[in-house]
Design a binder for this molecule. Structure first.
Ligand SMILES: [Zn+2]
Length: 90
């Protein structure tokens, strides 16, 4: 770590990724209906600059990934993975 460097000169070679999973319910005590993960990425190489998520709409949608207004937080619906047949040599 050490002394923070200016963003202009930072090579951004290592990263800190933070994620939180939210269980969404219809009522405060209701069963979990859906899950969402919120993810942020910042430079861990000294400057701490946040990274933006590109190409996603701003807001909060139940069925597709979005970003925060500053574009620095990914908000994505997730679910337990379903067993899938994996093709070999495909
Ligand atoms: Zn950096």
């Amino acid at each position: 770590m050490g002394k923070p460097r200016a963003a202009v000169t930072c090579p951004h070679e290592s990263f800190f990724v933070h994620g939180s999973v939210f269980k969404l319910t219809d009522t405060p005590v209701g069963p979990v209906q859906t899950y969402r993960v919120d993810v942020t990425v910042t430079c861990d190489d000294g400057c701490g600059q946040p990274f933006e998520f590109v190409g996603l709409p701003i807001g909060l949608l139940a069925d597709q990934p979005t970003t925060s207004p500053a574009r620095t937080e990914l908000r994505a619906p997730i679910r337990p993975a379903r067993p899938r047949r994996v093709r070999r040599g495909g």
